[in-house]
Design a protein around this ligand. Structure first.
Ligand SMILES: *Cc1c(COP(=O)(O)O)cnc(C)c1O
Length: 373
């Protein structure tokens, strides 16, 4: 089955009991055993450990990323936290310098106290990455395109480099989605998602997932953390994701088409200093993005010519773009990222980040045209 067909059919057979085509929502936290105390054929015992809706979602996400297994969590951050918990005190992790600020904060505010250490390096320069490995490095974390400046790192080159050092390579694929980028096929060991974003697609469910390319003791430990720690999505969260994922490819394709048009519009605008979008030939990561992505995604950011006050003016003046954080929903969002990230943010003060939604692109361009004075 090809991607779109998998998205519709994996984990989604009609219910054998009722014939229901849409999956029944199973809220039960416990499952009856027979007289000999054997669990039911589904294997379900208790809600934290497993649930039919979660199992269906996990099989779907594993298929879409081309992995052997997926584990779903209650948020993207719960995934990242579990990955870091699966490491040992004294271990070292390599992160991109411009990694998602929540990932950075988990490390610096939580896991340094556990004895984990990290280096934040420029992942677009493999020489710098090579020099950053230490004897105790266990994990190379990639995020491409990155947030919020859409830097591109070369997944296959960096995965080979990490394997040469005996280090696991993990990719945050939230922004690209498997519609455009398949990190496991490029050599990564693990893929993480904030499924709050494009998988959810409707800004109404907080959730996360990790997909593994192969079985490993690390995957076993993650599974144990999922069960023991219990940061699992509710059955309804899983049900919502089972409902939205079949339309992932059509949504992301339409959103990406508009994002490309908007990026080109902004690129020639006199009040815009620079547009960060990997589909622009002027973008420093264009060649690598073209090689490793089949589309450039629906996220972009741009810096206005007049600094922070100008960016604030533009964000205030838009009428269709909603001023809010997050991404991947059907509504377009705009955000002054430095304000959201806080005073220690390294994000340029003139930068605005946009998540392009499913509105007509002409209306979105007109909205930006009115605001960009
Ligand atoms: C949103 C996001 C996360 C965190 O996910 P939550 O679901 O908000 O916990 C991690 N990585 C990236 C790239 C994100 O955009």
């Amino acid at each position: 089955m090809l991607f779109e067909t998998q998205a519709v059919h994996v984990g989604r057979a009609p219910d054998p009991v009722s014939g229901a085509v849409a999956p029944p929502l199973v809220l039960s936290t416990t499952f009856a055993r027979d007289g000999d105390y054997a669990p039911p054929a589904s294997g379900d015992i208790y809600g934290r450990t497993g649930n039919p809706n979660r199992r269906d979602l996990e099989s779907l996400l594993a298929a879409l990323e081309g992995g052997v297994a997926a584990l779903c969590f209650s948020s993207g951050q719960a995934v990242t936290q579990s990955v870091l918990q699966a490491l040992n005190p004294g271990d070292h992790v390599l992160f991109p310098r411009d990694v998602y600020h929540g990932t950075r904060n988990l490390l610096t505010q939580q896991f340094e106290r556990w004895g984990l250490s990290a280096s934040f390096v420029d992942m677009d320069d493999s020489l710098i990455v090579e020099q950053a490995f230490r004897p105790n490095t266990r994990l190379l974390w990639l995020e491409t395109p990155s947030n919020p400046s859409l830097k591109i790192s070369d997944i296959s080159a960096l995965a080979s480099l990490s394997h040469a050092h005996g280090v696991l390579c993990i990719v945050d694929n939230t922004w690209a989605t498997p519609v455009w980028q398949r990190p496991l096929a490029l050599g990564a060991d693990l893929v993480v998602h904030s499924s709050t974003k494009y998988f959810g697609g409707h800004s109404d469910v907080t959730s996360g997932a990790i997909v593994a390319a192969h079985s490993s003791p690390f995957l076993d430990r993650l599974r144990a953390i999922q069960n023991l720690g219990g940061a699992v999505p509710s059955p309804f969260d899983c049900w919502l994701l089972l409902r939205s994922t079949p339309s992932l490819a059509v949504r992301v394709r339409a959103q990406t088409k508009s994002a490309g048009q908007i990026a080109h519009y902004l690129h020639t605008h006199p009040n815009v200093a620079v547009v960060h979008y990997p589909g622009l030939e002027s973008h420093p990561g264009y060649a690598v993005a073209k090689r490793q992505m089949s589309g450039f995604g629906a996220m972009l950011s741009f810096e206005v010519t007049g600094g922070e006050s100008h960016a604030a003016r533009v964000a205030r003046a838009v009428a269709l773009f909603i001023r809010a954080t997050s991404l991947g929903g059907y509504e377009s969002l705009i955000e002054h990222r430095a304000l959201v990230e806080g005073p220690q943010s390294a994000t340029p003060r003139a930068l605005l980040r946009c998540s392009i939604g499913l509105e007509h692109v002409d209306d979105l361009i007109e909205d930006l045209a009115h605001a960009l004075v």
